[in-house]
Design a protein around this ligand. Structure first.
Ligand SMILES: [Zn+2]
Length: 395
């Protein structure tokens, strides 16, 4: 059996890497990432796995048998000021599983999952499935003005080979990921582990509201064309139109012009993020929101334009893998609880092309992307043992 102490000792090796007063910062293509890579190499070497770094910077610990392999893994990068477990827990558990099983196990750590530096989330997994626009991402710049191409070169990679990373997909039969629960769902259910049925459908809506900038004091109420007041009504409508507790809407970004203390806002750009287990519900919501926008625009004498900035239909995980994971959890005497995951993950990207699945581990705070994220490693050991138990029935 995989013990909590086993997982804790693996994780402890990452504790000093990129750790500062504000939490963990292991951004892509940095020295902290290189140190995490050295940890990965050490872990692999102890298990007799051969390490390869592909064209996208994904790390592979390969078993000494010909591909294709079943793989387990997650990511070692973090957001700026992140926590100890998001990503790292899954890679530590993957090595524990590889150490426990007789069968060949490949361990993967995907590059730049958080995409925190260049706004390129799930970079490595998208490169692997051939869904990354290499030419576009390489010209992106970080806060210091460094292009991604230059950053990758600094990290010892040849960015011109990025598009070739997809050749590696054929080496995988399936991919499994253990990840910290980013909600309190498991904690509230009193369960250490949950099986993910799929990733939620997601829609990002970009809104442009045009009114008229004018004096905040002298403009009479009936004459105002206040873009910010209209935005406020639209945000309220977006929330009110969300059906049920598993439909989440977030106004994520607001840009106001002229953004001055004594001026009615003439122009607002607003972004809304909506997610639900089924994307059809999100599409219905957008239709209702469009009607609401038309009404608000007429009432408030402004123009409102809604545009879909991005839409993901959500990814269901492979039925056979879900069943195997459920059996694995139940073989430990625990209920095999299934749940929808509302965040993006590498396993969700791989699920577009190969059988994939995920287990989530209880997080008492429900917080992630913060030093406040928390996991009892005993719960992580339960997840790792469930995954190991599922291995045989994966076929
Ligand atoms: Zn993560």
């Amino acid at each position: 059996m995989i013990t909590a102490a086993d997982i804790e000792s693996r994780l402890a090796g990452l504790d000093e890497i990129g750790n500062g007063p504000d939490g963990f910062s292991r951004l892509s293509w940095t020295l902290a990432e290189a140190a995490a890579r050295a940890w990965f190499e050490q872990q692999a070497e102890r298990l007799g796995l051969a390490v390869e770094r592909d064209r996208a910077g994904n790390l592979w610990a390969c078993p000494p048998v010909p591909a294709p392999w079943r793989a387990v893994g997650s990511h070692l990068d973090t957001v700026a000021g992140g926590g100890r477990y998001d990503g790292a827990l899954g890679v530590a558990c993957a090595f524990a599983v590889a150490g426990e099983l007789e069968a060949p196990v490949a361990v993967l750590s995907f590059a730049d999952e958080e995409g925190a530096r260049f706004n390129t989330p799930t970079f490595g997994s998208r490169a692997l499935v051939g869904r990354l626009d290499a030419a576009e991402v390489l010209t992106r710049v970080d806060a210091e003005g460094t292009t991604m191409a230059a950053a990758m070169r600094d990290a010892g990679l040849a960015p011109e080979g990025l598009a070739e990373a997809s050749a590696g997909l054929g080496r995988l039969r399936s991919f499994l990921e253990i990840h910290i629960d980013q909600s309190r769902e498991l904690d509230e259910a009193g369960l250490p582990v949950g099986i993910v049925t799929g990733l939620a459908g997601r829609l990002r809506v970009a809104v442009e509201i045009r009114g008229e900038a004018d004096h905040a004091g002298t403009t009479r109420r009936g004459e105002r064309r206040d873009a910010m007041a209209a935005a406020a009504r639209l945000i309220v409508a977006a929330e009110d139109l969300a059906p049920g507790s598993d439909f989440v809407v977030t106004p994520t970004r607001l840009l106001v012009e002229p953004n001055a203390l004594s001026t009615i806002a003439g122009e607002v750009r607003l972004w809304l993020d909506a997610r639900a287990p089924a994307v059809a519900a999100v599409d219905d919501w957008l239709r209702s929101l469009t009607d609401a926008a038309t009404r608000i625009a007429a009432e408030r004498r402004v123009e409102i334009a809604l545009a879909t900035a991005s839409r993901s239909p959500g990814t269901p995980f492979d039925e056979g893998i879900r069943r195997a994971l459920r059996d694995g959890v139940e073989s430990l005497g625990l209920p095999g609880r299934e749940m929808v995951c509302f965040a993006g993950h590498d396993a969700g990207v791989l699920a577009e092309r190969i059988p994939a699945g995920m287990l989530l581990v209880r997080n008492p705070t429900g917080v992630s992307h913060s030093p406040r994220e928390n996991v009892d490693v005993a719960d992580a050991a339960v997840a790792a043992n469930a995954l190991a138990a599922a291995w045989e029935s994966l076929g």
